[in-house]
Design a binder for this molecule. Structure first.
Ligand code: PLP
Length: 437
């Protein structure tokens, strides 16, 4: 109540906007994930690691456009590149040299990707990746991980939250998810049982689940999944929409040294601009999209769309990834800095009766108020001490000018431009909360 009182005092314009928004936007928001109790802050501008709300409050941002802005909000050199290219057109609707150049760069950077296709979102890229795996294997079933989030596409919109069965949305018939089997993360036995029982085209997984609790893969788990996929003739799809260009330039596959058959990219791949998505893999798979090789549309796997390969997203993405490619040394410092923050946060939990646990891989950090460290999303929910505490933490952080999402499953995705000073402040504010409750 005390935190809420402070929040109400500092955000009158957000409150007013929420009241207006409720009349025209369901739930008063453009996306339910962005809601916060009692109403969200409405952000009007952002630069670097900071966002500013309509009341003029500045916050350190640990959400960074859903994990998109690894170089901070609106890096000037990217905005300038986009402004320059848009003098030639924003969306040509024809083949263009910019997409060729970007595809060449991506295939140089991501170990398992020899050919790539661009999409308009991570959701879309996952849809096409699964379709491609089915076309290649001529099988139907897909295994996903409980808590895994691949976007709102019908067939994968299942087993995201407890009880991890059935469609996660009204208006989604059971039939639409009937070829999707879900298994817990970090459980090779369950994975093998599913592979034995079904005719599996693909295993689709985030190598480190993001929205699914930011949980660390146990030693040998990803390699174990790779081996199982090979043994049972299923393709392995890594959804690297969050981990791509974040854990390492070449994503989680470079970080862990485990390589998928198909890689899905999103967020960072668009350089901070909308319409960000891509999927790629070895020539052998990707050629199934080739209309010259497969003139019969029924023989090839379809992919396409109006805004595919538009100049804005391609230029922004290319400019960002080119910069990261030329400055790949940045990753070591970046990962070390946030590993250190994670260790310090975990020490605070330890010093305070272990009311919380920190999960961490590189710059991805999860916060769990659980009775022990969760090994999968099921545990992250089952072992919760109290769910109200997450809302209280969020409110406390907000009144201390720190923002992240989601309110119910905190996971931090800082950028390379966050400073040590900001990191220290995060640790101090977190300590303040843990000691206060
Ligand atoms: N895959 C992962 C791992 C994600 O985190 C997300 C979005 O948060 C998606 C897919 C969906 O991407 P998009 O929101 O761009 O459709």
């Amino acid at each position: 109540a005390e935190y809420e009182e402070k929040y109400l005092l500092m955000t009158p314009m957000s409150r007013e906007l929420f009241e207006r928004a409720r009349r025209v936007l369901p739930g008063g928001v453009v996306y339910a994930t962005r809601f916060m109790e009692p109403y969200p802050v409405y952000i009007s501008r952002a630069k670097g690691s900071k966002v500013v709300d309509v009341d003029g409050n500045g916050y350190d941002d640990y959400w960074m456009g859903h994990g998109t802005h690894i170089l901070g909000h609106s890096p000037s050199f990217i905005v300038e590149a986009v402004n320059r290219v848009s003098m030639n057109g924003t969306h040509l609707g024809f083949e263009n040299p910019y997409a060729v150049e970007y595809a060449e760069l991506l295939t140089k950077i991501i170990p398992s990707v020899e050919m790539v296709r661009f999409c308009n979102s991570g959701t879309e890229a996952n849809m096409y990746a699964v379709r491609l795996a089915r076309a290649y294997t001529k099988r139907r079933y897909v295994i996903k991980i409980e808590g895994g989030w691949h976007g709102g596409l019908d067939q994968l919109h299942t087993a995201v939250t407890p009880p991890f069965t059935g469609p996660e949305s009204a208006g989604l018939p059971e039939d639409f998810t009937k070829y999707t089997i879900s298994v817990p993360f970090n459980d090779l036995d369950a994975m093998e049982r599913a592979l034995k029982s079904y005719d599996v085209a693909a295993i689709i997984m985030e190598p480190v689940p993001g929205a699914g609790g930011c949980i660390e893969p146990l030693d040998g788990y990803l390699k174990g999944v790779r081996d199982l996929a090979d043994r049972y003739g299923a393709l392995l799809i890594f959804d690297e929409v969050i981990t791509g260009f974040r854990l390492a330039l070449g994503g989680a596959q470079e970080y862990f040294g485990v390589y998928p058959d198909i890689t899905v990219l999103g967020k960072i791949v668009g350089g901070g601009y909308p319409g960000a998505g891509a999927f790629g893999g070895r020539r052998e798979y990707m050629e199934l999209l080739d209309h010259i090789k497969y003139p019969d549309p029924r023989a090839r796997s379809f992919h396409g769309g109006t805004f595919t390969g538009n100049l804005i997203t391609i230029t922004a993405g290319y400019t960002m990834i080119r910069y990261l490619y030329e400055n790949r040394h940045l990753y070591e410092r970046f990962n070390n800095m946030w590993r250190d923050v994670a260790r310090r946060l975990d020490r605070i939990c330890e010093e305070n009766n272990r009311i919380c646990w920190i999960t961490n891989v590189g710059s991805m950090i999860g916060i769990h108020f659980t009775s022990r460290k969760p090994r999968d999303i099921g545990e992250a929910y089952r072992l919760r001490l109290c769910s109200e505490i997450y809302k209280a933490l969020h409110l406390y952080m907000r009144i201390n000018r720190i923002l992240y999402l989601s309110e119910k499953m905190p996971h931090l995705m800082p950028s390379m431009v966050h400073t040590e000073e900001q990191a220290n402040r995060f640790v101090d504010v977190f300590r303040g909360f843990v000691e206060d409750i």
